[in-house]
Design a protein around this ligand. Structure first.
Ligand code: PLP
Length: 255
């Protein structure tokens, strides 16, 4: 029996194509406003809670990078999509005991924020003979928003040294989520300054992973090289008693 690739539901591909076109238009406008080339900005399609069929659909629309935030969901989805040639980004809070599992499929982990994760990811990567890119997640809320992850700013350079000294991890740059209720412009400017400091010591670590559906414009203005886009591409999501329910996309207001 030959297995056909799973297909998305009727109309879904068109919906995703329209959403992607809108996201690309926002990125182009933000890049132009900042005097940047939109080609410098990679979209990571954050497909958490969405089915593998959606991942394959956006891959066929030209998406090359996808992001997930939970190992239990990402592992099986990776297996379902493994022939699509995608780069897999792990963007969520990571527990040390999940690091070895994530190391089996992630190409880049964006949420490295403490020494024990560096060690556990490197060991996991060595075990499956893989090399994994690492972004250091920075806490821009100064510890006032626990549970969202990120290293204190003062620990970033030390963690960078640790990553640089591993066998199978490659230091790519920094990542942050703008603090809730703050001004994303200020947060991303701070991230940019941390990035410049990091690059002065690790010249290849130029990635700035910043910007989500609601704040990709200020992130691009501050130099983001990777934006992590979920709801603007796939539509809204919520979790209910462990079931994943998809709710229809609402057109995202530009700007
Ligand atoms: C969910 C998630 C995103 C995408 O968020 P949207 O607002 O849906 O675009 C980006 N980054 C991280 C770390 C996430 O968990």
């Amino acid at each position: 029996m030959t297995a056909l690739p799973p297909q998305p539901r009727d109309g879904r591909s068109g919906e995703l194509a329209a959403n992607l076109a809108a996201v690309r238009a926002r990125i182009a406008a933000a890049a132009q406003a900042a005097g940047r080339d939109p080609a410098e900005v990679t979209i990571i399609a954050v497909s958490k809670t969405m089915p593998a069929t959606d991942v394959l659909a956006v891959a066929s629309l030209g998406i090359t990078d996808v992001g997930e935030n939970r190992d239990q969901e990402a592992g099986p989805k990776f297996l379902q999509c493994r022939d699509a040639g995608l780069r897999w980004h792990f963007v969520g809070q990571l527990q040390r005991n999940k690091a070895a599992s994530v190391a089996r499929y992630a190409d880049v982990v964006h949420s490295v924020d403490r020494a024990e994760l560096v060690t556990a990811l490197d060991r996991g990567a060595q075990r499956c003979d893989r090399h994994i890119g690492v972004c250091l997640q920075v806490d821009l809320a100064g510890g006032s928003q626990p549970g969202r992850g990120g290293a204190p700013i003062g620990q970033v350079l030390g963690l960078a040294e640790l990553v640089a000294g591993t066998q199978n991890l490659e230091l790519l740059g920094v990542m942050a989520v703008a603090p809730l209720g703050g001004q994303p412009e200020r947060a991303f400017a701070q991230l940019r300054a941390i990035s410049e400091l990091l690059v002065s010591q690790h010249p290849q670590a130029t990635t700035i992973s910043a910007g989500m559906s609601a704040d990709l414009e200020p992130a691009i203005a501050a130099g983001a090289t990777h934006v992590r886009i979920g709801s603007a591409l796939f539509g809204g999501r919520h979790r209910s008693e462990g079931n994943l329910i998809q709710i229809p996309a609402t057109p995202h207001a530009a700007g």
